[in-house]
Structure formats: structure tokens, C-alpha cells
Write a protein that binds this ligand. Structure first.
Ligand SMILES: [Zn+2]
Ligand SMILES: [Zn+2]
Length: 178
């Protein structure tokens, strides 16, 4: 079985974690994980067992592959799933073979984000929907922060205060009329 990213390198059986076998590409250092095996491992592991190997790797330093990958078992295009709203990295999944591909450093990234036990959740539509919502909210916050700077927290306090206030509508009308 060849690497879906390099295509001309064979994957080597390795162990990502105790009880979690995987296939690693010795050229690009990406890993292929069988989701069925993974699920079994994830169900039996401790919740806070994320292990981050490799020092100093952060989300911004890890570049994921942007191009579409082909599953090397069945040749289908692998589907990309966003990991979280805070990183651009994506998991590639063959929905036929249930093999997940992580680029070099992405397993460690999952560890840093405490998501090593959530891989099976990441490749679901509800997770992707939540990431999209989170991304929209982050963009909105950035836009507001560029307009209001540190006053943004005052604006949010005002919003929260208004939300609870019985005369909210009158207050909004007053603000608009000024
Ligand atoms: Zn490779
Ligand atoms: Zn496949």
C-alpha cells in the first residue's frame, strides 16, 4: 500500500500509540489510520491521554496538504474534514475504506488540541457544521475587534446586559435615535 500523498512510497506498519497501529510514510511522515481500529482504541483509552510527541510543534507550523488525495486502496477521492475552527488543517478520509490520513505533525496537532480521542467525531457532519459555525464566529469577532479594539468587551457586556433587560426594545430604539 502506497502513501496517498507521495504515491510512490510504500507505507510502513508503525504504532502511533499503545494499542493503536497505523501506517506511516517514511518519506512525508504522514500516517494512515484504520478508523475501525482507531474507534476501538479511542473507546478504551483514558480521556486525558493525549500525548504530544515532538517538541515545539504548533498548529501554525504544520502545513497540511491542500490538494485532493486518492485512497491508495480503492482509488476514490478522499474527503477532507476540518479539524477545528482554530486551524486550517484537515483530515482526509476514504469513506469507502474508512482509512483516515493525517499529514506529518497532524497527530501531534490533535494532541495539542486534546482531540486525539475525537478523530471519529471529526469526520462527521455535525462536527463539520460546528467548525463552520465556529469559523464564522471567529471571523465576525475579528471584524468587530478591528472596529472596536479593546472596547469590544464593553460592547459585548452591553449586549449581554441589554439581552436580559425588560425594556430592551426601548433601549435599542433610544440608541438608534441618537
Ligand atoms: Zn508520503
Ligand atoms: Zn479507499
Amino acid at each position: 500500500m502506497n502513501c496517498p500523498a507521495c504515491t510512490d512510497h510504500a507505507l510502513q506498519p508503525t504504532k502511533l500509540h499503545d494499542g493503536l497501529p497505523a501506517y506511516t510514510c517514511m518519506s512525508c511522515h504522514g500516517v494512515l489510520i484504520d478508523l475501525l481500529t482507531y474507534r476501538h482504541w479511542a473507546e478504551t483509552r483514558a480521556d486525558d491521554a493525549d500525548v504530544v510527541h515532538g517538541e515545539g510543534e504548533t498548529a501554525s507550523l504544520i502545513e497540511g496538504s491542500a490538494q485532493a488525495l486518492l485512497c491508495t486502496k480503492c482509488s476514490h477521492i478522499m474527503t477532507k474534514y476540518s479539524i477545528s475552527g482554530s486551524t486550517a488543517n484537515k483530515v482526509d478520509l476514504c469513506t469507502t475504506c474508512h482509512d483516515a490520513w493525517l499529514d506529518a505533525g497532524e497527530w501531534q496537532l490533535l494532541g495539542a488540541l486534546h482531540l486525539q480521542g475525537k478523530l471519529a467525531d471529526i469526520v462527521t457532519e455535525p462536527w463539520q457544521k460546528a467548525v463552520r459555525t465556529q469559523t464564522v464566529e471567529t471571523m465576525r469577532d475579528e471584524r468587530l475587534r478591528s472596529l472596536f479594539g479593546d472596547d469590544l468587551s464593553r460592547l459585548k457586556d452591553l449586549r449581554d446586559w441589554l439581552a436580559e433587560h425588560p425594556a430592551r426594545e426601548q433601549a435599542l430604539r433610544f440608541l438608534r435615535s441618537e
